[in-house]
Write a protein that binds this ligand. Structure first.
Ligand SMILES: [Zn+2]
Length: 54
């Protein structure tokens, strides 16, 4: 995958590369305030915000 952030990845890529995407969102600690995507590193999100664990 060449995309800079998960936010840039179109939905069809998620379907075509489920394993690659899963490795980025596994144990997600950050969420994008703009796109509502989640990832385990803020570098994959354009407006990352740390998730607060309950
Ligand atoms: Zn975003």
């Amino acid at each position: 995958m060449k995309a800079k952030t998960l936010c840039d990845i179109p939905g069809k890529v998620f379907k075509e590369n489920p394993e690659a995407v899963k490795s980025l969102v596994r144990d997600a600690e950050f969420i994008c305030r703009k796109c509502f995507r989640s990832a385990n590193s803020k570098k994959y999100l354009c407006k990352a915000e740390k998730l607060v664990k309950a």
